[in-house]
Design a binder for this molecule. Structure first.
Ligand code: G4P
Length: 526
């Protein structure tokens, strides 16, 4: 067995997040090219759920099938072992992305230089801020016309609410784009628009080196010097510790499509990004260097073949060494389980692995043993925190349309909810089941999968709801009084916790001011 500490230090587990179309897929692909994990551009494309496919569920189905293999992409780069966790591009799967963010140690955010910070990036950044996740920002598409880089920096700071520090700087933009000055390493990278070619690097002594003028012309060289002077004057020197604490985000500029600025990003990333960090459990903090294995399930992926209704549970290793066939405790069920066929994800392939280290993700074939958030240990009673369900934004009653298949329907709903596809609430007033999602698409996903995987048919009925929030109070009587007063709008979630279904923002606001002893929560973890 390899040395645990050195294996931990080698690992970089992260996710790339962006608003759809900013260039996440392209950047991922280029990183894989550098790691030798793939050899041609275009290999990752199929993973993406195209935005055009809003209601073309068959297409999504096909793409989801492919995305099992690309859910985690592991590769070696120099001495480092890199794990990229893929996040769905489609915003209807935002909840999936939130959960994936609980399994990474850092994040790269891709922003389109013409569009700046867009809505989904803002939302995802909120989760990063909540968790103090270190972020690096890559401003993409410099080969196209876009905004002034100083404006972009200002926008990043205000919109993402984090201090930024440019570590590279573009020389012009769009058709006049000539390259990037690497502030972090002090080199000049000249732009050659070529989809496969790696940057041409010009060695310079410092920013005043006349070689710069020779390569980009006097005017641009002067502009670059002025810009750099301004940057050094305005932005404090980059401090890695601040980055690691999530206080400052280094910014790189480039063009993913042209493989420009990508290597600089990757080289800096492996040097400064954190190796697996301690993970907080309800009972205590778990350090990766601890000998005993522990891990948690952050994602469950259903098998797309209806004849084999098995799933893959994605487990993030938090501490110790995971070993194939070793007995591990499934804490929620109190059972000891052995895993004969755990898979690792290297170079877009799934292979059976004998051992895995903190930071690694393993796929465990599963027949319904696992739920999102389940913990595995060598025997200790641990429950990892930080896998909240977010308050859904869309709600529908689910109705059975084939009374002969009630059992199948109930089983299907239960398993899909365990997988984290959506959330279910049972209305205490009329006993009806309500499904809550973050996007319209999930209703189609659920209906389709119930039919194809469980042989059960359902239909949706409208319900007008604004938000579902978890409620609690230290004052038992106040809680009972609230529940009595709002009895038509009370529900329970799958764990039996009290949930208030507010039918408008106004009603929620009134409830909050009329019942000061009640706490209203918008995520399930509080
Ligand atoms: P996403 O995963 O964030 O949704 O974005 P993706 O990488 O798929 O990129 C979205 C579009 O932007 C793609 O074009 C891609 O080729 C393009 N793109 C990515 N990086 C750059 C860049 O540095 N410069 C320029 N000019 N374009 C870039 P598409 O037409 O939507 O897709 P495709 O038909 O090219 O595959």
């Amino acid at each position: 067995m390899a040395n645990l500490t050195s294996e931990i230090e080698k690992r970089r587990t992260f996710a790339i997040i962006s608003h759809p179309d900013a260039g996440k897929t392209t950047l991922t692909e280029k990183l894989l090219l550098f790691g030798g994990a793939i050899h041609v551009a275009g290999a990752v494309k199929s993973n993406k759920i195209k935005k055009t496919a809003t209601s073309d569920w068959m297409e999504i189905e096909k793409q989801r099938g492919i995305s099992v293999a690309t859910s985690v992409m592991g590769f070696n780069y120099g001495d480092y072992k890199i794990n990229i966790l893929d996040t769905p591009g489609h915003q209807d799967f935002a909840e999936d992305t939130f959960r994936t963010l609980t399994a990474v140690d850092s994040v790269i955010i891709v922003v389109d230089v013409a569009k700046g910070v867009e809505q989904q990036t803002r939302r995802l950044m909120e989760v990063c801020r909540m968790r103090h996740t270190p972020v690096i920002i890559f401003v993409n598409k410099l080969d196209r016309e876009g905004r002034d880089p100083f404006d972009i920096l200002d926008e990043l700071e205000t919109e993402l609410q984090i201090k930024v520090r440019p570590l590279s700087w573009p020389i012009n933009i769009g058709v006049h784009f000539k390259g990037v000055y690497n502030i972090y390493e002090g080199g000049l990278d000249l732009f050659t628009p070529d989809k496969q070619k790696i940057t041409e690097r010009v060695e310079i002594s410092d920013i005043n080196d006349p070689i710069i003028d020779e390569n980009i012309g006097d005017r641009d060289a002067q502009k670059l010097r002025d810009d750099i002077e301004l940057i050094e004057g305005v932005y404090p020197e980059f401090n890695v510790q601040d980055y690691l604490e999530g206080k400052v985000a280094p910014v790189f500029f480039g063009s993913a499509l042209n493989t420009f600025g990508v290597k600089e990003l990757l080289d800096c990333f492996v040097r400064i990004a954190p190796s697996p960090r301690p993970v907080q459990a309800v009972e205590r903090e778990v350090k990766p260097q601890e000998e005993g294995f522990s891990g948690f399930v952050f994602k469950i992926h259903a098998n797309m073949d209806p004849n084999h209704r098995s799933c893959i549970a994605f487990v993030k290793v938090c501490s110790g060494v995971f070993q194939r066939n070793a007995p591990y405790k499934h804490v929620r069920q109190g059972k000891i389980l052995k895993f004969a066929a755990p898979t690792a994800f290297m170079a877009q392939k799934k292979d059976i692995v004998d051992e895995a280290y903190p930071g690694d993700i393993i796929g465990i074939p599963d027949n319904g043993n696992f739920k999102i958030g389940d913990t595995l240990t060598e025997g200790e009673q641990l429950h990892f925190k930080g896998l909240p369900s977010f308050s859904p934004e869309m709600f529908k009653y689910i109705e059975n349309t084939d009374p002969m298949k009630t059992k199948q329907l109930n089983k299907g709903i239960e398993q899909l909810m365990d997988e984290g596809v959506a959330q279910m609430f049972t209305n205490q007033f009329n006993g009806r089941k309500i499904i809550g999602t973050v996007g319209q698409l999930q209703f189609e996903v659920i209906q389709y999968r119930l039919l194809h995987e469980y042989g059960a048919q359902c239909r949706w009925e409208p319900i007008s709801l604004y938000k579902a929030c978890w409620i609690e109070s230290d004052d038992k009587d106040a809680l009972e009084a609230f529940k009595k007063r709002k009895y038509q709008f009370m529900a329970t979630d799958k764990e039996g916790r009290d949930v208030f279904l507010a039918d408008s923002g106004y009603v929620l606001q009134m409830a909050q001011s009329d019942f000061p002893k009640i706490r209203f929560h918008f995520t399930s973890e509080f």
